[in-house]
Design a protein around this ligand. Structure first.
Ligand code: AMP
Ligand code: ZN
Length: 111
């Protein structure tokens, strides 16, 4: 998508701290961190909402969880982490490209 910030980051049109990149996804640092470590896992394919994803796309989101768990140490998430997907208006989704927030690096507050 031409005006999508995450697609622009993937294409190198907007600078970002990219910690991991492969043929399916990338992990970047959130520009406005809500925890000591706040990363975002972003599928390469531009899909605005989960309900618009194919079954395969949804399975990929599951695969992300496995990848993140294997990279836990190198991402600075030694003592655990929280994964969040904001979906739609009530959740406060601001970027219309499905993504998973990864929060950790410190004791997180209950929610
Ligand atoms: P959400 O509110 O769930 O849609 O999350 C979008 C996230 O993208 C927010 O936490 C923003 O801080 C983050 N964000 C927006 N623009 C950038 C950017 N250029 N680089 C890194 N993170 C960004
Ligand atoms: Zn996009």
């Amino acid at each position: 998508m031409e005006d999508c910030v995450f697609c622009k980051i993937r294409k190198g049109e907007i600078p970002s701290t990219v910690l991991y990149k492969d043929e399916e996804m990338m992990i970047i640092k959130d520009i406005n961190p809500k925890a000591k470590v706040h990363l975002i896992a972003i599928p390469n394919e531009h899909v605005p909402m989960i309900e618009m994803m194919t079954t395969e796309g949804c399975c990929e989101l599951g695969k992300f969880m496995g990848k993140i768990s294997h990279m836990q140490e190198e991402l600075g998430l030694t003592n655990g982490y929280r994964l969040i997907i904001n979906q739609g208006e009530h959740a406060g989704q601001t970027v219309g490209h499905v993504h998973v927030h990864i929060l950790g690096g410190e004791q997180l507050k209950d929610f």
